[in-house]
Design a protein around this ligand. Structure first.
Ligand code: 8YV
Length: 318
């Protein structure tokens, strides 16, 4: 069962596996909860998307024959992993195949906010009179050694660091790979969160969403951020308290923000929507053509492995 089409990869792999592929919704809207509960009934495998909440009720609705939930995504905060494990259901995700696509988009957001790309584009489209002056649309030049703070240096953070280093940014980071040799080779210096907050010109979030990281960026951590800095989030929306962020932007403490993910997806914050210095995207970090194929292919390989009694390639173990 797959709630929405993920392109040709799933069709190709299901044909190879000789299993029927049931797709819940053929429109761009996800199935309703009722349709989802009904749709998974009898499924041996569920390929889940970020918009699919997989909890005990859903697992029970599927039935005892369910063997695997293969998430098409690296973040799996949409899945109650403990409930799956209690029922003997394997959970897998798609680490590795989306690092470059997400890192590309992170740099796009960094450049779009600091160099005011979307603001300039929007003014042209809304028919405002052309203005050009040496002081107009001036923004932070990251290539002049601006400091990037990476919160949660893992695979995606490393791919961001590689790109940021080539742009001439100075990089400090928290996270499991911050002390690795390959991080040092990119010029990344390990640091603790308070230093990242106080000294980064651009702070970029790459940690998973867990109970302890929810609202990691809140009124207190925002107040600790360097005046005039930028916040970038391509991780998970609830890492940020959006009302507190809107306050910090309103007061001018922060110069701008670039958000690919939102606290209450699919809703976006009306205060942030009204701000010129904020760039908002549709959670499209991994939406590179190659990456989307590779994610679906890896999810399907994981599902196939479990259905064939083999070890999945990328299981979620905790
Ligand atoms: C996907 C993501 O768009 O991988 C993740 O964790 O958030 C995105 O890459 C999403 O998970 C697709 O289901």
């Amino acid at each position: 069962y797959l709630s929405r089409s993920v392109g040709s990869a799933a069709e190709e792999f299901s044909a190879q596996l000789g299993r029927e592929l049931r797709i819940g919704s053929t429109s761009s809207d996800p199935p309703s909860r009722e349709e989802f509960l009904e749709g998974v009934r009898g499924a041996e495998a569920i390929l889940s998307l970020v918009t699919d909440r997989i909890d005990a009720q859903l697992l029970d609705a599927a039935g005892d024959q369910l063997k695997v939930v293969a998430n098409v995504g690296v973040g799996y905060d949409n899945i109650d992993v403990a409930a799956a494990q209690e029922r003997g259901v394997t959970v897998t995700n798609t680490p590795g195949v989306l690092d470059d696509a997400v890192a590309d988009l992170t740099l796009a957001l960094i450049l779009a906010t600091t160099r005011r790309v979307v603001e300039s584009d929007r003014k042209i489209r809304t028919g405002e009179p052309w203005i050009w002056g040496p002081q107009d649309y001036v923004g932070l030049q990251i290539s002049a050694g601006a400091r990037l703070g990476i919160v949660g240096l893992g695979r995606i953070g490393m791919a961001v660091a590689k790109r940021a280093a080539s742009f001439g940014m100075e990089i400090i980071a928290t996270g499991r790979r911050a002390h690795d040799d390959d991080a040092a080779a990119l010029g990344v210096r390990p640091a603790e969160l308070p230093e990242l907050l106080a000294t980064s010109d651009v702070l970029s979030l790459h940690c998973p969403l867990k109970p302890e990281t929810r609202h990691l960026i809140n009124q207190y951590t925002l107040a600790a951020m360097k005046p005039g800095s930028y916040l970038i989030n391509t991780g998970r929306g609830p890492l940020v308290d959006e009302q507190a962020l809107a306050d910090a932007l309103d007061s001018g403490h922060l110069a701008g923000a670039g958000l690919d993910v939102h606290e209450f997806e699919p809703q976006t914050n009306p205060r942030l929507r009204a701000m010129e210095q904020v760039v908002l995207l549709h959670h499209i970090g991994s939406a590179g053509d190659k990456t989307r194929y590779d994610m679906a292919a890896l999810a399907f390989r994981n599902a196939s492995a479990v259905l064939n009694g083999e070890d999945p390639l990328t299981p979620v173990t905790h």
